[in-house]
Design a protein around this ligand. Structure first.
Ligand code: ADE
Ligand code: ZN
Length: 352
């Protein structure tokens, strides 16, 4: 498989570092800093399988997606109170600002918290307060999505959808399914998704991460999701590729995530370049930055190194993120105008 060779020159590296960015696919819980995890576990007297930062880091290696999910669930138990969520959101907001992220859509996975008797509205109020504090200090702007763990089934989703509606005043703008895709196809969630749309929530779905094209077909045609988390297995079905292109479906791709969970067996096998070249609208994301040892700038660098992305390509995926976002159309246009102008100035300065 040939890919254009693009050198990560100091100028391109500086451009990546400094360019204004938008991130559409990351999880609040998956962004928790290792030290914060330890602090919260100690304060809440929750046992986690690590004593120090090195111990946490050691856990963050997985043989497959199932193992990732097990570690994720075990560690996230440390987060309990509204104050805890406030800290997570504040730290994530500040982190996003270091990546020059101007706007992000951040998922919270309610079911795992509800099952531990966490008050989800308190959690979301804390989350909103944390992001508001980060916004006051850095200007970074965040909207929220509920990401329902599909393994808990559609019946329980109805209750969580009610909570999502109550959380809309705190900046919850979207409804999604995530979690274990294997054995949990999208179709049974059709009515829940229709109700979410009816309630004024936007929708998206994780699909085609560790299950093949059928999962993406279901998410697009049955759930009517205009945005897909990952979607990388669409590469196995040329008819689906054409369908995604025609519909303008956005695939929120997270390359390091796919390598860590085994969703992609190697960088060579990862289909990001092929999806992009096929004309599918893609964005680049971190998914769970702590769990996959990454940042958005790092993902952009990896896109240069492994997929031959140029400065033009990185600008294109940023534009895709702006216009694929759940912001109202007028706000998308305003955001893009601001970002485009800054990028032009930066490119002139750096000569990239
Ligand atoms: N929740 C957090 N990370 C996820 C992923 N990569 N896929 C599905 N659900 C998730
Ligand atoms: Zn995800």
């Amino acid at each position: 498989m040939s890919k254009p060779t693009v050198m990560l020159t100091p100028a391109l590296d500086a451009f990546i570092e400094r360019m204004p960015k938008v991130e559409l696919h990351l999880h609040l819980e998956g962004s928790i800093e290792s030290q914060t995890l330890l602090d919260l576990a100690a304060r809440n007297k929750i046992e986690i399988p690590a004593q120090n930062v090195a111990g946490v880091e050691q856990l963050l290696r997985y043989r497959d997606f199932g193992e990732f999910l097990t570690v994720y669930m075990a560690l996230v138990r440390a987060v309990v109170t509204g104050e805890d969520f406030e800290r997570l959101a504040y730290e994530l907001g500040r982190h996003l600002a270091t990546q020059r992220v101007r706007y992000a859509e951040v998922m919270v996975s309610p079911m795992q918290h509800i099952l531990r008797d966490v008050d989800m509205l308190e959690a979301i109020a804390g989350t909103a307060a944390g992001f508001a504090r980060a916004q006051r200090e850095t200007g970074v702007r965040v909207n929220l999505a509920f990401d329902f763990g599909r393994q808990y089934g559609p019946e329980r989703a109805w209750h969580v959808l009610e909570v999502a509606q109550q959380a809309m005043p705190y900046g919850v703008v979207a409804w999604s399914i995530g979690g274990n895709e294997i054995g949990n196809p999208p179709e049974p969630f059709a009515e829940v998704f229709a109700a979410a749309r009816q309630a004024g929530l936007q929708v998206m779905a994780h699909a085609g991460e560790v299950v093949g094209p059928a999962s993406v077909w279901g998410a697009v045609d049955v759930l009517q999701s205009a945005r897909i988390g990952h979607g990388i297995r669409a590469i196995d079905d040329p008819r689906l590729i054409a369908h995604l292109r025609t519909r303008g479906t956005v695939l929120d791709v997270s390359p390091s995530s796919n390598l860590y969970t085994g969703a992609a067996s190697s960088w060579t096998m990862h289909p990001l370049r092929r999806l992009y070249d096929a004309g599918v609208i893609v964005t680049i994301n971190t998914d769970d930055p702590t769990f996959f040892h990454t940042t958005l700038s790092s993902e952009f660098r990896l896109a240069v190194k492994h997929f031959g992305f140029t400065a033009d390509d990185l600008v294109q995926v940023t534009r895709n993120a702006v216009f694929g976002s759940f912001l109202p159309a007028a706000e998308q246009v305003a955001l893009w105008q601001e970002i485009e102008a800054e990028i032009a100035t930066l490119r002139a300065e750096l000569g990239v």
